[in-house]
Design a protein around this ligand. Structure first.
Ligand code: CAA
Ligand code: NAD
Length: 293
């Protein structure tokens, strides 16, 4: 089993980053979005990242051309049918992911390996929509994908050990440090990170501190690169809300429950940085302004 061609489904925050690192690592890569506008938006973001690497001198102009040559955008799932591996990075909703993998299962030959970048769903429940649970893993990347060095490689009780080891090697070929995780909702990182982020919102609701003071406390007091509200906006409040619902449903523990403020912000369309507004207002992206609640 040798992975040569990778399909990525979704070219949003995560899919665009995954497509970029696959193409940079030498894999022929096809990334699929639901509309031509979204394909263009995703590829533009990748182009910008690659141009920044050239500016810094970490990538030559010629190498950038080669990376772009290996990367193709499409709106058609059909263009993914000859991929050796398909990595899904679409909205964190089980029925949507299951429908996608059901369609891919019919389209792709039985050897194709399927992977989900889900943050919180169990891989088993997504893989059950296909006839190839033995060739199904979790590949959980971190935002921003080109920068964050980790990938969680998730094995279910059905995953073929040879497929799993190939996926661990694939993660390393992308320049990531693969960690082995079992198929428990949220895997390793989100089991620990999600309650922390939700607790920050609860602290804000209880008036423990303001958005800026809580952010500064964790940055300056604990050395975190971003405070929790900056990170929540960066991850996406819609995505965080889906994750909390899924993890609460799985564990029935209050620490995973969505705080009412999070729910209201998502209902109001405040999805964080990607929508221009979350715990900060990004009208001037270089100078985000905290929202006064
Ligand atoms: N895409 C590509 N590269 C990016 C980037 C992006 N979106 N954002 C920043 N970078 C690059 C910059 O170009 C810069 O590169 P150089 O050092 O080579 O010049 C480097 O990252 C540092 O960027 P900045 O100096 O602009 O800013 P920074 O020092 O604050 O770093 C950061 C930015 C790397 C994002 C840092 O703030 C950070 O690590 N934040 C925490 C991110 C985090 O916790 N991610 C995990 C989220 S949880 C998750 O992903 C799982 C889930 O399921 C929800
Ligand atoms: P995003 O909002 O940036 O992108 C979501 C994508 O889903 C878009 O490309 C959209 O076109 C697509 N989509 C929506 N409905 C669809 C449908 N019915 N059929 C096909 N595609 C559809 O989200 P994201 O942050 O890139 O998250 C994608 C996945 O990655 C989620 O499973 C999320 O949990 C996971 N993830 C997110 C982060 C993060 O920090 N944002 C980190 C790790 C994993």
């Amino acid at each position: 089993m040798a992975i040569q061609k990778v399909g990525v489904v979704g070219c949003g925050l995560m899919g665009s980053g995954i497509a970029q690192v696959c193409a940079q690592a030498g894999f022929t890569t096809v990334v699929r979005e639901v509309s031509a506008e979204l394909v263009e938006k995703g590829l533009k973001g990748i182009e910008k990242n690659l141009a920044r690497l050239v500016e810094k001198g970490t990538l030559t102009e010629a190498a950038k051309g080669e990376v772009r040559g290996r990367l193709k955008g499409t709106t058609s799932l059909d263009d993914l049918k000859d991929c050796d591996l398909i990595v899904e990075a679409i909205i964190e909703q089980l029925p949507v992911k299951r429908e996608l993998f059901g369609a891919l299962d019919k389209l792709c030959p039985p050897e194709t390996v399927f992977a989900s970048n889900t943050s919180s769903l169990t891989i088993t429940e997504i893989a059950a929509a296909t006839k190839r649970p033995q060739r199904f893993v979790g590949l959980h990347f971190f935002n921003p994908v080109p920068v964050m060095k980790l990938v969680e490689v998730v094995k279910t009780i059905s995953t073929d050990p040879a497929v799993y080891e190939e996926m661990v090697r694939f993660g390393a070929k992308l320049g990531k440090t693969p960690v082995r995780a079992s198929d428990s909702g949220g895997f390793i990182v989100n089991r620990l990170l999600v309650p922390y982020l939700l607790d920050a919102i609860r602290a804000l609701e209880e008036g423990v501190g303001s958005v800026v003071d809580i952010d500064n406390s964790m940055k300056l007091g604990c050395g975190y690169p971003m405070g929790p509200f900056t990170l929540l906006d960066f991850v996406g409040l819609d995505t965080t809300y889906y994750i909390s619902q899924i993890m609460f449903e799985e564990f029935k523990e209050k620490r995973f429950a969505a705080p009412p403020l999070l729910k209201r912000m998502v209902l109001a369309g405040w999805n964080g940085k990607k929508s221009g507004r979350g715990f900060y207002d990004y009208s001037d992206p270089a100078n985000p302004k905290p929202i006064q609640f």
